[in-house]
Design a binder for this molecule. Structure first.
Ligand code: DGY
Length: 327
């Protein structure tokens, strides 16, 4: 890595994204593009961070306090994600480093992805596809691949932010009852408008839900919020869907709940130790595992890249493009 130019601010994009975003950054900055996967450790970031004024990061890059404290010229980190739990924002504040993320542009794609995962779970879609490819299809079967329908079921949404609301709206169109739990309750007017019912605790929500879907950010308070105490109150035929952040769920407890039949199954897009997945989870019954793709549409990922680049250019080049700072 290197590529120094005295005139333009030095920016590191930690792995390749879209050529359109590369081009935009290249016009205004001296851009270095990291090789995918090489900046996913504290040690590697420690080696690189002193050389840059701006970093466009991925959610897999751990900007711990140790890494931030090693920065010498860094003014902005723009995370290519709505979640920014990989960045120690307190350490950034102390060093006057701004932090940006990409909210809004991924709401619909992530909500669609969540619904796709939910329906895949409830209707055995991946299993049915494998069955056909294995040449086992011998014609319509009256009791083959029976699933569960959404209509009339209770959806429990943990975290009714932008994505949670978009999932709730979609599920209401399927005829579901929507319950939610948030740290801060919505106004009664908004609850009425959205047609959602508040539950005062995670346990109350878990008891009601036929499908419990997680959309809260990962923070100290939400780390392992879903553990065996929650699984123990869930219905035996209930499903867990997680398309937010893996560590919100204590994965070993989830694997146990799945193997013991305490809950019906799970649809997961994210993992506690991503990209590593516990063997007990890999072998769990009624579990669909996706590689963190809920927001993965071309339109959305391009907008995310542009929004993150906008924050870098705003901070380093005073260029007015769309951006969003959290710090
Ligand atoms: C996010 O933006 O936080 C998503 O997890 C990335 O798709």
């Amino acid at each position: 890595m290197g590529n120094y130019s005295a005139q333009k601010p030095r920016v590191l994009l930690t792995e390749p994204i879209f050529p359109e975003v590369h081009k935009l950054l290249e016009q205004h900055t001296c851009l270095t593009i990291g090789e995918r996967g090489t900046l996913n450790t504290e040690n590697e970031l420690l080696k690189q961070i002193a050389g840059y004024e701006g970093i466009l990061s991925m959610l897999s890059n751990p900007f711990t306090a140790k890494v931030i404290n090693a920065a010498q010229n860094l003014k902005v980190i723009a995370n290519h994600a709505v979640g920014y739990n990989n960045i120690d924002t307190e350490a950034c504040k102390k060093k006057n480093i701004r932090v940006a993320n990409t909210p809004g542009v991924l709401t619909n794609a992530t909500a669609d992805g969540t619904l796709a995962l939910m329906l895949s779970c409830l209707r055995n879609i991946p299993q049915a596809d494998r069955f056909v490819r294995a040449a086992k299809f011998d014609g319509w079967h009256p009791t083959g691949f029976l699933g569960m329908e959404l209509t009339g079921k209770n959806l429990g949404v943990l975290g009714l932010g932008q994505i949670g609301k978009a999932v709730a709206t979609r599920c209401k169109a399927f005829g579901m009852q929507v319950f939610y739990h948030n740290r801060n309750r919505l106004s009664l007017n908004l609850e009425k408008e959205l047609g959602v019912t508040y539950c005062a605790s995670v346990e109350d929500l878990a008891k009601k839900a036929d499908i419990l879907t997680l959309h809260c950010p990962l923070t100290e308070e939400t780390h392992h919020l879903i553990d065996k105490s929650v699984f123990s109150v869930m219905k035996n035929n209930a499903w867990l869907i997680n398309a937010t952040r893996g560590p919100v769920v204590k994965e070993s407890d989830l694997a146990e709940a799945l193997h013991s039949g305490k809950i019906a199954g799970a649809g997961l897009d994210v993992y506690e130790f991503e990209p590593h997945i516990l063997d007990r989870l890999m072998s769990a019954p009624n579990t669909i595992l996706l590689p963190h793709i809920a927001s993965a549409t071309r339109e959305t990922r391009l907008k995310m890249g542009m929004l993150a680049a906008g924050a870098i250019l705003k901070e380093l080049c005073n260029t007015e493009l769309e951006h969003n700072f959290v710090v």
